[in-house]
Design a protein around this ligand. Sequence first.
Ligand SMILES: Nc1nc2c(ncn2[C@@H]2O[C@H](COP(=O)(O)OP(=O)(O)OP(=O)(O)O)[C@@H](O)[C@H]2O)c(=O)[nH]1
Length: 508
Amino acid sequence: MFENLSERLSGVFDKLTKQGALSEDDVKTALREVRVALLEADVSLPVARDFVKAVQDKATGQQVTKSVTPGQQVVKIVHDELKHVLAGDNEDPGELKIDNPPAPILMVGLQGSGKTTTTAKLALRLSQKSGKRVLMASLDTNRPAAMEQLAILGKQIGVDTLPIVKGEDPVAIAKRAKQQATLGGYDVYMLDTAGRLHIDEELIAQAAAVRDVANPRETLLVVDGLTGQDAVNVAENFDREIGVTGVVLTRMDGDGRGGAALSMRAVTGKPIKFVGLGEKMDALETFEPDRIAGRILGMGDIVALVEKAQETIEAEQAERMMKRFQKGQFNMNDLKMQLEQMIKMGGMEGLMGMMPGMKKMAAKAEEAGLDDRILKQQIALIQSMTKKERANPQLLQASRKKRIAKGAGMEVSDLNKLLKMQRQMGDMMKKMGKMGKGGMLKQAMRGMFGKSGMPGMGPGGMPDMNDPAAMEQAAKALGGKMPAGMGNLPGLGGGGLPPGLSGFGKKK
Ligand SMILES: Nc1nc2c(ncn2[C@@H]2O[C@H](COP(=O)(O)OP(=O)(O)OP(=O)(O)O)[C@@H](O)[C@H]2O)c(=O)[nH]1
């Protein structure tokens, strides 16, 4: 599906062939086309605009990974941003609030959106996958055939439906459903409301009245994924008047224009929980942003290729860095990368909290007034050095030290502490490199950093602290000592504050 958008984007990206960093012009040209493509795919204008802006900021200046074209790289960036917008907050899309039985689920949407079919599909899913006892009730008094339709589907999937009582109004049916669900010991009861071709006052008033008696735990809006731009207006209306907790996009198996999913999520902020992928009862799937983003672009293979290429580069960089560390070459650029990585990982406190036995240290650090500020000050000091000085900090003379400290708004003593930290870390790296056959450093790094040296971390990465087994293995390999690379906090194993950090940047 979404061929239009996909074709459009591949045409655009094929034009980008230069290697190197993505220039602003390249990115601008590509993104102009992306915006047109999004609009053509029925993404609303403000959403397309915001989207393109976000991608522009991320793409410009980004280094083009070896073995992929800039176009491919931009596809990856666009893909990631799509995924980001589609996912919204990290909630689990398939999760429904259906505790406290019987939990009412209200199904709303326009006529023909696939509401009745979706009600049955979801009932089947809840009973089969979650072992829930489900009761379905049709509240569509406008179209008697709709009630029959639900009863037939119920029989087909083995889910109970509320017996049809002729002449009853929707509110009365909702009350009866609640009563029967309570008496019958059902976990969930689903109310399939009437649809209209367009949103009108009567439709909304009826749905609101039902909502007021049923007090639904979930109100799911069923939207035809093929209706594009219009879908967003429908969603906004229903949400404003009824209050929607989630969206189900149907007919995502057709050659939809795809834009609906994107703008619906961006405009309403409502999570898309499920997608309908066919007429059959099992054709309902949990909404997966990654998959939908891939489908919108139709370029999953390119995304995988870029990811792979990036991994390889990271592994190569890690390998090169390791070789340098083994020779005791650990300069200010390395230290800076490590400090930046620390900030990324939640700073001192977050980092120490993650390390086994480091909780106490974290408290100490807090007492001493250590926070990200210090890491940033240290980075500022390194940034005040020249390229040559960063590579060879031992060259620093007293006068330069003064200038550098002043430039970063710090004291010379702070710079000295930083230099000491860099030397100590270099020494420890070297020692680790020599330990045992095959290089303890390598082993420790493998253990700590995971699959490919230091993958996922990029150059100068930090160990995978979330993996206690890897951490333990690494510590063992080093004879119980905390490796120097760990958090770049040499001497942490000894219990004191890391050299270079204690007293760093304290106001005098
Ligand atoms: N291809 C495809 N068809 C679907 C999907 N969901 C529903 N349909 C079909 O769409 C048609 C309308 O679905 P209904 O469930 O009757 O729609 P409704 O919203 O309940 O309509 P009213 O009861 O008239 O309000 C049926 O033929 C369904 O089989 C889907 O995800 N993919």
